[in-house]
Write a protein that binds this ligand. Structure first.
Ligand code: DGL
Length: 276
């Protein structure tokens, strides 16, 4: 394993979605170094098998480790649902037991109790996230009394990746999935966007959500959780370098990544292309 001078916090997603999380990390931890890796060449992950998502995610994590990261956040619900546990339990001990990989599902599940008064929560996510049952299992651990209903939205990530954020096409599919979710449990008063791509559809989502239902993106929740993690793990906090740099890597065209990524990140981006 190469040892680099800097030890950025690695942030991984299948494509652009994790940039919504990175944006919040950088806002809250501006002095830290970050490397973002988007596997745009193989995106979307949402409908891929467990084995494929696991293999792709492990490649990305190893790459970020080789680039000096001691801590990697899977800023992707699908990768968190399908690959995180196996990487933590089977791979990390052999690669380097001192390094850490964290996901986005557990920190989100921990906050669910604070966002619903009715005790009925809806989860919107990819096919992979929903079928893994990860949200149901994690929420049950913290809040066994909360009723959780899930809805897979297989077309939302492709819509977002192609900048179809509003207009009749996006509205049709957003309305369809939200109507189905709320139709399955009329008592839902909080909907979690369990995919880091979905905040880009927020305006369209709100158009089809009744006023009594709160829609919750993950960016703040996951950033708060990272701050909390670093405060509780000073050894890791010390290992993460502080140069205030943000590096962007993509496995596909940098021109497209820079143009699209800027929408997600909310600021200009200049990426480098790598092969995994
Ligand atoms: N941003 C990923 C997530 O949070 C999208 C997965 C995909 O590539 O389909 O699930």
């Amino acid at each position: 394993m190469n040892e680099n001078a800097t030890h950025p916090i690695g942030v991984f997603d299948s494509g652009y979605g994790g940039l919504t999380i990175l944006k919040e990390f950088v806002r809250m931890l501006p002095e830290h170094d970050f490397i973002y890796l988007g596997d745009n060449a193989r995106n979307p992950y949402g409908a891929r098998s467990f084995e494929t998502v696991y293999a792709y995610t492990l490649e990305a994590v190893k790459r970020l480790f080789r680039m000096g990261c001691h801590l990697v956040i899977l800023a992707c619900n699908t990768a968190s649902a399908r690959a995180l546990r196996t990487i933590q339990q089977n791979d990390l001990p052999g690669i380097d037991p001192e390094r850490r990989v964290l996901g986005v599902i557990r920190p989100t599940a921990e906050k669910v109790g604070a966002v619903t008064r009715a005790g009925h929560v809806g989860i919107l996510g990819t096919m992979g996230t929903v079928s893994s049952q990860s949200y149901l299992l994690e929420i049950r651990k913290f809040f066994p009394h909360i009723t959780v209903t899930q809805e897979a939205c297989p077309l939302w990530v492709p819509m977002v990746e192609n900048n179809e954020l509003s207009g009749p096409g996006a509205e049709y599919f957003v309305n369809k999935n939200i109507t189905r979710l709320l139709g399955a449990d009329a008592a839902i008063d909080a909907v979690i966007l369990g995919c880091t791509h979905y905040p880009l559809l927020m305006d369209t989502i709100l158009k089809f959500t009744p006023p009594g239902v709160t829609v919750i993106p993950q960016d703040r929740i996951v950033a708060d959780s990272l701050m909390d993690y670093l405060a509780r793990h000073p050894d890791m906090e010390k290992r993460c370098s502080r140069g205030g740099t943000v590096q962007f890597l993509t496995t596909d065209s940098t021109e497209i990544f820079d143009a699209m990524g800027a929408i997600f990140f909310g600021a200009p981006i200049r990426s480098e292309r790598i092969a995994l």
